[in-house]
Design a protein around this ligand. Structure first.
Ligand SMILES: [Zn+2]
Length: 446
């Protein structure tokens, strides 16, 4: 904990630079204005991907959903969570770090939200599960369920810096939930709970487009009733809940498509059953946690700058955050990420981060393609699988970097001039933390 905190302080000290990145578009590119990260709690890809057949723990084949809408865009076939439990798996999604937990989500520059905020996005969320304090604090505004009860749901709003009108809109949706649930029971009620979350998110995305058209946003959604249904209703209702979700997702999918929002569809973890017709499912403990059905998650991406189709290869849930950054053309400067960007984009971008201003030129085949200066630069829209040379010149230092653009690249230039102002700030902060720690220890001893 102390180690992570120290790293965070140092990282914060080094990143106290405003994001005034200048961007050069090398080719005309289409890219999403905003993004929706849609997390279905407890949806195992084994239960609807055409490539898989779900099995119970006894080895028998169990029920599979038939879906039409959940396989759009670029679909990653083999992607797993490193840890099939809700809080940690969500933390992995938000940080791109395979060993993340809820505490790390709160550290500076740990999450996708820290980066989107720095680049002028607002962070909005509608979450039935998977939210926790450090995550809620990352949002400008969040509509969330305080408990996991579908029978007596408790919905709340936490607002930090919401765009105008969003609080009122969320409040209207909070009030609407009882209408969705009344006179329903069993699977119908579970699906209605999910539909409420989807419709609220859809209304929010539509509201932003209409009332704040130039404001980019990242909207995080979690629907919780597939997980709850897997746990409480059993194997024969679980797949029906997936089919209902497939139907109810369509309006949100259309909104994303029509308004140039990227849509990332995924899950925190899957679900496992002991056998066909099992009354209860599980995913987080004992043998349940070891099942492929608990570990395999869907990842389907729709955006104006991606190549549609299936993607082979083995991927980890920690790859989602870097991929989301890439699709939004934001530098993957997630502080703890060990995940890698999955190549879904139809072009590559080069991000330059330097400790001071450089004159940076981009070369291809001995020809200068572009030149600009700054400490934070983005060269967007470069053709994939090409060779480039990046030259950075300052008054006293020259860097040259050769790049093969199989995907986005982040290049850092450091003048190596020893301690700069940010270094001094970092050292002061570290000393303050150490002295503070010693004082606390002394006080406890006294
Ligand atoms: Zn979960």
């Amino acid at each position: 904990m102390n180690f992570f905190f120290l790293i965070s302080v140092v990282y914060l000290a080094f990143s106290i630079t405003a994001a005034d990145a200048s961007e050069i578009k090398i080719n005309d590119i289409q890219r999403p204005d905003s993004a929706i990260l849609f997390i279905v709690d407890g949806l195992g890809s084994s239960y609807y991907y055409p490539e898989y057949t779900p099995h119970g723990m006894d080895g028998s084949i169990i029920s599979k959903a038939f879906t039409r809408n959940l396989t759009f865009g670029a679909r990653i076939i083999d992607i797993k969570t490193p840890i099939p439990s809700t809080g940690q798996a969500h933390s992995v999604i938000f940080t791109g770090f395979s060993e993340a937990n809820e505490e790390i989500v709160g550290y500076p520059d740990a999450t996708i939200y820290d980066i989107t905020r720095r680049y002028g996005f607002v962070n909005l969320a509608v979450m039935e599960k998977g939210d926790f304090q450090t995550l809620r604090d990352e949002q400008d505004i969040i509509l969330f369920a305080q408990n996991n009860s579908i029978d007596e749901p408790l919905i709340s709003i936490q607002a930090n810096k919401a765009p105008s009108g969003v609080f009122e809109l969320m409040h209207d949706w909070k009030v609407k939930l009882p209408e969705y649930l009344e006179k329903k029971k069993g699977i119908e009620k579970y699906s209605a709970y999910n539909k409420w979350g989807i419709d609220a998110a859809n209304a929010l995305a539509g509201y932003m487009e209409k009332n704040h058209p130039t404001q980019r946003f990242l909207l995080t959604v979690n629907v919780g009733a597939i997980d709850s249904g897997g746990h409480n209703l059993g194997e024969d209702d679980y797949y029906r809940l997936i089919e209902d979700l497939d139907r109810d997702m369509y309006p949100l999918y259309t909104t994303a498509n029509e308004n140039n929002f990227a849509l990332f569809f995924t899950a925190d973890h899957g679900m496992s059953f002991s056998a066909k017709n099992a009354r209860r499912g599980g995913h987080a403990s004992g043998n349940y946690a070891k099942m492929q059905e608990s570990l395999r998650i869907p990842l389907v991406i729709k955006a104006s700058n991606i190549v549609s189709g299936t993607i082979q290869g083995k991927f980890n849930q920690s790859d989602i955050a870097p991929t989301l950054m890439s699709v939004l053309d934001l530098p993957d400067s997630l502080a703890y990420a060990d995940g890698k960007n999955i190549n879904v984009k139809n072009y590559a971008s080069i991000f330059v981060k330097a400790d001071k201003e450089y004159s940076v030129s981009l070369w291809n085949n001995g020809q200068k393609v572009s030149e600009t200066s700054g400490s934070e630069l983005i060269f967007a829209g470069l053709p994939l699988d090409t060779d480039y040379t990046l030259k950075a010149v300052s008054a006293d230092k020259t860097h040259e970097e050769r790049l093969f653009l199989d995907s986005d690249k982040l290049v850092r230039f450091d003048s190596g001039k020893g301690i700069d102002l940010r270094g001094i700030v970092a050292i002061i902060l570290i000393v303050v933390v150490i002295i503070g720690g010693l004082l606390v220890i002394k006080k406890i001893k006294d």
